[in-house]
Design a protein around this ligand. Structure first.
Ligand SMILES: Nc1ncnc2c1ncn2[C@@H]1O[C@H](COP(=O)(O)OP(=O)(O)OP(=O)(O)O)[C@@H](O)[C@H]1O
Ligand SMILES: [Mg+2]
Length: 501
């Protein structure tokens, strides 16, 4: 027997012997912070250290979250917002492009602002800002969203009419406004331009006509989402707990972007006006999820918030499937990047190029399951260790998914007042799944039924549910058995099947 012998060792075993390589995780003192002043995210994969997030030693409090669809971006954001609120009392404003946070915000007791579905914002609201500054911001948004900049005469006419409308409403352009006075709306601006056109004395009537036409897109009846008195108090936006600005009810991307730009402008002004405070943690977090236009344009206030947020304790979270859609100035300046599963090589190249992580980490990111993440922290001081590490899974704190089945539209009039009769049935996803399984419905069919319920905001009436199931070729007998297992009264079941086959 010799003194030296060769062992067979798997390469992943070798990698665990940290003395062979540089340590693959930041030292624990950088990951594990005071739990009363930081946000728990998950356990690191290599050394099982609980990673708690704080921005105290990072370059800034902003985060970028990237990953393919279904990788867990929104889940991470929700978990983060809930814990930030719990630890620091942080307010959150979600610019919700697709309305995907709505039901969660509702369950969490937050406020939902549904633009295009009953809620309005007046683009000319001042919330403490001088009319001159607000006028410039409105013009800035129009420049980004329309080709107005290519038509200097029309641009000038519009800007002038906006300012004139403030004056007509009794505001001084360069003064801090009286908060009790109502701001004019874009309808007033349109009207001024139309009157000017009717006077017929203007030198370039075609330009004026076009300016009128452009503005009408935003002020005509039915499309006046931003040209009516605001249904929310914009001055309180950053101090109202959890607020979801649901943009999914607006007709197109232009309207959604206009709303998002406006919200960012308002929040930026608010942030500056409030100034610095000695409060620990973050005062407010603004979330942009898939708002690529707003996150990519150089003139967006997302960039100003990134630059100035730290000193005012305002954080920005940008979530996107495509990291190249996020403006460089944002991407290269966030203090924290959370990388969930990435599939496309070009996105991986981009991330690896800007964050400079090893091929080992790159391989891991490509294989991640839902909720697994690599995190890059950008520390204020120079460090002697790699800044990217892997966490086993984002440990969630999201309320369980609840689905509602209502009987409302199958009840007879006299049954409405019947206290014994349950009118809505609530199920957690997991219990509904097991009911499907008990009734021998396979996973694929169950998924399609869940999908149909998702489309109706997780609240479906019993008749539509029956129709959906029949359309999926589930036999009448099984649907009836399923309904019975949910506890739906017999008379309701027979009533439904009296009207559908
Ligand atoms: N860390 C996690 N633990 C448990 N479940 C998770 C986790 N992350 C995500 N999920 C679940 O996986 C599903 C997809 O997650 P999520 O909606 O966050 O994906 P996404 O990246 O935002 O996708 P999209 O780009 O389509 O919006 C959700 O049902 C969510 O509850
Ligand atoms: Mg999402």
């Amino acid at each position: 027997m010799g003194l030296v012998h060769v062992q067979n060792v798997m390469s992943n075993e070798l990698a665990k012997r940290v003395f062979f390589t540089r340590p693959p995780e930041p030292p624990h003192e950088f990951l594990l912070n005071d739990p009363t002043n930081s946000i728990f995210i998950g356990i690191t994969k290599r050394f099982s250290v609980p990673f708690t997030w704080t921005f105290a030693n990072l370059t800034n409090p902003h985060l970028a979250v990237v990953g393919i669809t279904g990788s867990g971006k929104s889940f991470f954001v929700k978990t983060f917002l809930l814990r930030a609120n719990y630890i620091w009392g942080t307010n959150a404003i979600i610019v919700d492009w697709a309305g995907e946070y709505k039901s969660w915000v509702k369950q969490s007791g937050g406020t939902i602002v549904s633009l295009g579905k009953g809620d309005y914002i007046n683009l000319m609201d001042l919330s403490g800002m001088k009319p001159l500054d607000r006028s410039k911001q409105i013009m800035n948004s129009l420049d980004i969203l329309t080709d107005l900049q290519g038509f200097p005469e029309q641009r000038r006419l519009t800007a002038e009419a906006i300012e004139q409308s403030y004056v007509n409403a009794g505001f001084a352009l360069a003064a801090v406004p009286d908060p009790n006075k109502d701001a004019p709306t874009l309808k007033d601006v349109s009207r001024l331009l139309e009157e000017k056109l009717q006077e017929g004395t203007y030198e370039y009537p075609a330009e004026l006509e076009n300016a009128v036409y452009r503005l009408r897109q935003f002020s005509r009846e039915g499309q006046d989402y931003f040209a009516r008195k605001s249904t929310i108090d914009l001055a309180k936006l950053s101090s109202s707990g959890l607020v979801d600005i649901d943009l999914s009810g607006l007709p197109d991307e232009k309207f959604r972007a206009l709303a998002a730009f406006f919200i960012l402008q308002t929040l930026k002004e608010k942030m500056r006006a409030e100034g610095w405070s000695s409060a620990k943690g973050l005062k407010a977090i603004i979330v942009l999820d898939e708002a690529w236009k707003v996150a990519s344009d150089d003139r967006s206030d997302a960039i100003t918030i990134i630059r100035e947020g730290r000193k005012y304790q305002f954080g920005l979270i940008v979530a996107s499937q495509n990291p190249t859609d996020v403006n460089e100035a944002i991407f290269s300046n966030v203090g924290t990047t959370v990388m969930l599963r990435i599939r496309f090589e070009k996105f991986m190249d981009y991330l690896q190029g800007s964050l400079n992580f090893s091929n080992f980490i790159r391989g891991e990111i490509g294989k991640f399951g839902v909720g697994q993440a690599a995190v890059d922290l950008s520390f204020q001081t120079s460090i002697q260790f790699p800044s990217v590490f892997v966490i086993d899974r984002v440990v969630g704190e999201v309320p369980l998914d609840v689905y509602t089945i209502t009987l409302i539209n199958v009840l007879n009039e006299d049954e409405f007042g019947d206290k014994e009769l349950q009118k809505e049935y609530y199920f957690e996803k997991i219990s509904l799944s097991s009911k499907f399984a008990e009734n021998n419905l396979d996973v694929e069919v169950a998924d399609r039924i869940f999908k149909a319920m998702e489309e109706k905001n997780r609240s479906i009436d019993i008749r539509s549910l029956a129709e959906t199931m029949r359309a999926l070729n589930i036999s009448k007998d099984i649907v009836i058995k399923f309904f019975r297992s949910l506890g739906i009264p017999e008379k309701i079941i027979s009533r439904i099947f009296a009207s559908i086959s």
